[in-house]
Structure formats: C-alpha cells, structure tokens
Design a protein around this ligand. Structure first.
Ligand code: 4AZ
Length: 246
C-alpha cells in the first residue's frame, strides 16, 4: 500500500495473508498475496495469486507478518478454484478472481473472533464516487518488499468512463474491473496487496466490492489501481461455494 497507515487490531478482520512454499518441504511459508474471508471455509483472492504445485496456507487475524500474533489463525488450503475465464495479457488481467477452500473440521475453518470475521458480499451495484478502503502487506513508497505491518488507505471509486480515457487506461478496461485511487497519485495498492479487499461501508456494514488486481506500477499520476469487480461474480461465487460445500 502506498500512502497508507497502520491498521489497528480488529479493524479489518476479513483480511488474510495467502502464503506459499515449495511442496513437501519444511521451508517457511512466505506471504504472496492478500485475500478476503467471506465464509468460515472460503477466501476470495485474485486469480493471478494462485500458484499450482505449491503448498498454500492462509493466515487470518494477523497484523504483523514476521511475528506470530496472539489472535492469528493459520489454516491449510484444501482446494483452489480459479475463474474459468481468468486471462492475463501484457496490458491487463481479466476475470482476476479465485476462491480458496480452507481445510477444517465439521465445516468450521475460521473461528470467528474480534480479529477474524467475514466481510459481506455486495447485493447491489458499486456506489459511484464513494470513498472506500484498501489494505495489504504489499510494496510501499519506501519498500519494494512490502510492509511487515498491515497497512490501509482510503481510495475513491473512479467511473468506468473516466478510467477508460486514453491518458488513463484506455480500451483495456472492461466491465469485469473498476478503478479506484487518487488520480494525482501517491495513494494506491501495489505488488503483494493483490487479492486483498477493497471494501465500502454500506449502512454501517463493510462490503467487499473489489479485489486488488493490477495497475501501471503504483501510486503514479493518472494510473490508479484496478480492482476485480466483485458484483460481476456473485453467481459464480455462490454456485462455486454451494457446489463444493455439499
Ligand atoms: C501487482 O503487481 C500490482 N497499483 C498490484 C496492484 C497494482 C499494481 C501492481 C495497483 O500485483
């Protein structure tokens, strides 16, 4: 996160860290992406975060990556489901969404606490022009390696029309994504934040409208962050979760 502030304990309890290591080794797991807890055994993340043939785990309730937080819960990933139309081109990433099914017992994976809680899925369209929140452990204005402490920042939703102007992203933008940020630069998501939440407050509940997806570098003027448009995937999310939970 560029231009962010440290997150307070329990402020973003749906934020998870997706971590991988070489299969069947005892190497430490390393953070690769963010994710969003949407049900006890389900995490939403970006399609480009999925590395097949790796061991994967999800850490919930954590603020600091290099120390074990008292309230954190770590669970293995049982299954990864990348959207069937996920595509990466040199200029954009399309349908950048995936579901992680967590390993649990009797349908319980995350234990709900003050520090580990689900985010709500949207039930309507994205509210235009609003201020929303992004968060993650990704690269910052002073560190390409990312932040040890979870950071958050406020961003403004940018209309599709504005963001499709030639000096911004032009024609590569489509309805599976939307832009958010500050066109003057400075406040943005970055590498390592991918898959993490963009939430907006609706009637005092936090709703996940976006997943950090891509952008032309980070924090640059006229190059806002691009987010997977979660409202476009509600049927896919519901049917995938239902089919795999049976
Ligand atoms: C990345 O490389 C990435 N400024 C993520 C977000 C943004 C740019 C790049 C948005 O994963």
């Amino acid at each position: 996160i560029f231009g962010g502030l440290k997150v307070a304990p329990g402020a973003i309890p749906w934020q998870v860290s997706l971590q991988t290591r070489q299969k069947n080794t005892n190497q430490p797991f390393r953070h690769i992406c963010g994710g969003v807890l949407i049900a006890s055994c389900w995490v939403l993340t970006a399609g480009h975060c999925i590395e097949q043939r790796k061991d994967m785990q999800v850490v919930m309730g954590s603020l600091s990556l290099n120390t074990e937080d008292e309230h954190e819960q770590t669970v293995d990933v049982e299954e990864t489901i990348v959207h069937q139309n996920y595509r990466e081109t040199p200029s954009a990433v399309y349908n950048d969404i995936a579901l992680l099914k967590l390993q649990g017992t009797n349908g319980v994976c995350a234990n709900e606490t003050q520090f580990v809680r689900t985010a709500c899925l949207p039930d309507g369209q994205l509210p235009d022009g609003r201020e929303c929140t992004i968060s993650g452990w990704g690269a910052t204005e002073t560190s390409d390696y990312g932040s040890n402490h979870l950071l958050e920042a406020n961003v403004l939703l940018i209309s599709q029309e504005k963001c499709s102007e030639p000096q911004i992203y032009g024609r590569v933008l489509d309805y599976t994504m939307f832009c958010a940020g500050h066109l003057q630069g400075g406040v943005d998501s970055c590498q390592g934040d991918s898959g993490g939440p963009l939430t907006c407050k609706q009637n005092n509940t936090n709703v996940v409208y976006g997943l950090v997806s891509w952008g032309d570098q980070c924090g640059r003027k006229n190059k806002p962050g691009v987010y997977t448009r979660v409202t476009n995937y509600l049927d896919w999310i519901r049917s995938t979760v239902q089919a795999q939970s049976a």
